[in-house]
Design a protein around this ligand. Structure first.
Ligand SMILES: [Cu+2]
Length: 581
C-alpha cells in the first residue's frame, strides 16, 4: 500500500517527494462544539470537536493529505503555517489569496507538502478570526534512521499558547470591524486550551505535564494568540532553545523566551530539579494599550513519591513593556550551521513601511470620528471577494489585482520618530501584488512607523522561509546598516517580529513559484490591511513551474459569512482613501 501511495504521489508531485518519504492521511471535520472556560459555556469552531485541535505528526519530507470537511455554519480555510508547499500554492489555505473558502457542507482535500522543514510548525484557519480556536501543532520529526542535532528527547510535548473570549469570537470580530477601534480584549490566555490556576473556575482543568527525573523533553512551543507577543518561562528550570519556525538553531541556554504570534520554538527541557511541581507560564509582552495581565499556567509534575508544595512556584517575568527583553531574546537566535545559503548579493531590494493608519469614520457604527486601518507602503490591502488571486493569476483573469505594489513608501519621512499631521495618516487602497522573476534574490527591509506611537509587527511570509540578516531600533540606514548584516549564521524563520519603531531586514531566494501572502500576524493588523502578495513566476525548467490545481478546489459563490473589509472598488489600485469614500 505504501509503495502504491508513494508512486501516486510521485506522479502528482514530480520530484518534490523524497525517495524515503511517506504519505499520511488525516480527516479534519470543522464543527461547532460547546466548550466551557471561566465558567462560561459557548459554541466554539473546532476541528474534530477538539480545542486545541489535533497534532499532526510527520517526518521530514512527508506528504500529508488532509480531507477538510466543513460541517459548521461558517466559511473556513486551513493554512499549514511554515510549510513551504513547493510549487503547490493550491493547498496553502489562504482565503481569497490562494483559494475561495470552503463553504458549509463542502469538502476540500489539501496536501501538506513537507520538504526541508524539521521541528515545530502549526496549522490554523486563515479566514475571519477563526484561527482563535481552529488550530493545532505540526511536529516534524527527522527522517527515519536520522538523528537530531542535540541529545535525543524522551518525548515531544506540544505547548500551544492560546486565548479565550467569553463572547463569541465571530461577534468580537464583527464589532471590531464596525467600530473602527482596537478589538475587545480577550478574557484569558491559555496553555494547551486551559487558562490555569490564576483564572476563575479553571484550577480543576489546568494542563499538567508529568515528567520523570533525569529525562529530557522537547517542548514544541507555539504562539497561537491573536494579537500579542508572549513571554514563556518554567519555574526553577532553564532550558535550551534548539529550533524556531521549523528549522534548527544554535543551542541557546536561557530561562525565558519571547514568542510572537505565528512563531514556534523548540525548547529542550532537562527534568533535573528536585522532584516537585513547577509552573510553566505564559505572560503578555505589550508596549502599550489594554491587556490581560494574568499569566496562563500549566504544571510540570515530577512522577514519584514526595510531598508537593501547596502551590507550585510561579516564575518571575520581565515587565510587561520590557522591549529589551523581547527583542533581546529574538536577536540571539542563530542558524545551527555557519556559512548558510543566505543570498550574499541581492537582485531586488524592497523597503516596506508598516503603519497603523487613521482615517475619517463617518458610519453610524463607528465608535470614534476616526477609524484605524493598516498598510504596507501606505497601501491598505483589500482582498478580492469573488475569486482568489491564485486562480486569477493561473487563469489570466484581468481586473482582480494590479501588479503595481510599490517597492518604497510614497514619501520618505522620519519613520520611527515622526508624528505626521492628521491628514497625512490616511492610506490608499489596493489589491496590489509584486511580481518576482523565478530565482530572484530578494531583500525586504521592514520599517515600523511611529503613527499612533508605533507597535511591533510580526511579519509572516507564506511559501518560504527567510534569513533574518539584520535588525535595529529607529530608522534603517541603507548606507550604514547593511555592513552590520549577519551573513554567516542568520536565523531561518518565516515569522519575525519587527520591533516597535524599528526595522528588520530579511533575504530569500524566490525559487518557489506561486502566489504567496505576506502579512502581519497580529490579527487586528491583517484585518486592517497590513498585508501584500508576492507572485513568483515559473522558471524555465519543468521542475521550476507551478503545478496545476486539484479538481476539488473550492469555488466562490454566495456571501462570505463575514465578508472581508471592503471600502471601495478594490480593482482600482492605490486610490487615496478620501477618493474612495
Ligand atoms: Cu502588525
Amino acid at each position: 500500500m505504501k509503495v502504491f501511495i508513494l508512486c501516486f504521489s510521485v506522479v502528482v508531485f514530480g520530484c518534490i517527494m523524497q525517495a524515503n518519504a511517506s504519505v499520511r492521511s488525516l480527516r479534519f471535520e470543522v464543527v461547532n462544539s460547546d466548550h466551557t472556560r471561566l465558567c462560561t459555556k459557548k459554541p466554539l469552531l473546532t476541528v474534530n470537536g477538539r480545542f486545541p485541535g489535533p497534532t499532526v505528526y510527520a517526518r521530514r519530507g512527508d506528504l500529508v493529505t488532509v480531507d477538510i470537511v466543513n460541517r459548521s455554519d461558517q466559511n473556513i480555510t486551513i493554512h499549514w503555517h511554515g510549510v513551504k508547499m513547493p510549487r503547490y500554492p493550491w493547498s496553502d489555505g489562504t482565503d481569497y489569496v490562494t483559494q475561495c473558502p470552503i463553504q458549509p457542507g463542502k469538502n476540500f482535500t489539501q496536501r501538506m507538502i513537507l520538504s526541508d522543514e524539521e521541528g515545530t510548525l502549526w496549522w490554523h484557519a486563515h479566514s475571519d478570526w477563526s484561527r482563535n480556536s481552529v488550530h493545532g501543532a505540526i511536529v516534524v520529526l527527522p527522517r527515519a534512521r536520522e538523528t537530531y542535532p542535540f541529545p535525543k528527547p524522551h518525548a515531544h510535548v506540544p505547548i500551544i499558547i492560546g486565548e479565550w473570549w467569553n463572547s463569541k469570537v465571530e461577534t468580537v470580530y464583527k464589532e471590531f470591524l464596525a467600530g473602527g477601534t482596537d478589538p475587545e480584549i480577550s478574557n484569558a490566555f491559555l496553555i494547551n486550551g486551559q487558562p490555569g490556576d490564576f483564572y476563575p473556575c479553571s484550577k480543576q482543568d489546568t494542563y499538567k505535564l508529568p515528567v520523570e527525573y533525569g529525562k529530557r523533553y522537547l517542548i514544541k512551543l507555539i504562539n497561537a494568540v491573536m494579537d500579542n507577543i508572549m513571554f514563556f518561562k518554567i519555574g526553577n528550570h532553564n532550558f535550551t532553545v534548539v529550533g524556531t519556525d521549523g528549522a534548527y538553531t544554535k543551542p541557546l541556554h536561557t530561562d525565558y523566551v519571547a514568542i510572537s504570534p505565528g512563531q514556534t520554538l523548540d525548547l529542550l527541557l532537562e527534568a533535573n530539579q528536585p522532584p516537585s511541581h513547577y509552573y510553566m507560564a505564559a505572560r503578555i509582552y505589550a508596549s502599550g494599550g489594554e491587556f490581560v495581565t494574568i499569566p496562563a499556567t500549566g504544571v510540570i509534575e515530577y512522577v514519584g513519591s514526595y510531598t508537593p508544595p501547596p502551590s507550585p512556584l510561579l516564575p518571575s517575568f520581565p515587565e510587561y513593556g520590557d522591549s529589551a527583553a523581547s527583542v533581546g531574546f529574538t536577536d540571539q537566535l542563530k542558524s545551527l550551521g555557519d556559512n548558510v545559503d543566505v543570498p550574499k548579493e541581492v537582485d531586488e531590494t524592497f523597503f516596506y513601511t508598516l503603519t497603523v493608519n487613521q482615517s475619517p469614520c463617518n458610519k453610524p457604527s463607528c465608535l470614534e470620528s476616526t477609524r484605524l486601518l493598516a498598510s504596507v507602503n501606505n497601501v491598505t490591502f483589500l482582498l478580492p471577494t469573488n475569486v482568489d488571486i491564485l486562480t486569477a493569476y493561473y487563469r489570466k483573469m484581468s481586473g482582480v489585482y494590479t501588479t503595481d505594489f510599490p517597492d518604497f513608501p510614497p514619501t520618505s519621512f522620519n519613520y520611527a520618530q515622526g508624528t505626521p499631521e492628521k491628514n497625512e495618516r490616511a492610506s490608499g487602497f489596493g489589491t496590489a501584488v509584486r511580481m518576482l522573476e523565478y530565482n530572484t534574490a530578494v531583500e525586504v527591509v521592514f520599517q515600523g512607523t511611529n503613527f499612533g506611537g508605533g507597535v511591533e509587527h510580526p511579519m509572516h511570509l507564506h511559501g518560504y522561509n527567510f534569513y533574518v540578516v539584520g535588525s535595529g531600533l529607529g530608522n534603517y540606514n541603507r548606507f550604514r546598516d547593511p555592513a552590520r548584516y549577519n551573513l554567516v549564521d542568520p536565523p531561518l524563520m518565516e515569522n519575525i517580529a519587527v520591533a516597535r519603531n524599528g526595522w528588520t531586514a530579511i533575504r530569500f531566494k524566490a525559487n518557489n513559484p506561486g502566489v504567496w501572502y505576506m502579512h502581519c500576524h497580529f490579527e487586528r493588523h491583517v484585518s486592517w490591511g497590513m498585508e501584500m502578495v508576492f507572485i513568483v513566476k515559473d522558471g524555465e525548467l519543468p521542475h521550476e513551474k507551478m503545478l496545476p490545481p486539484p479538481p476539488d478546489m473550492p469555488r466562490c459563490g454566495g456571501e462570505a459569512s463575514s465578508p472581508p473589509l471592503v471600502f471601495g472598488d478594490p480593482h482600482t489600485s492605490l486610490r487615496k482613501r478620501d477618493e474612495a469614500q
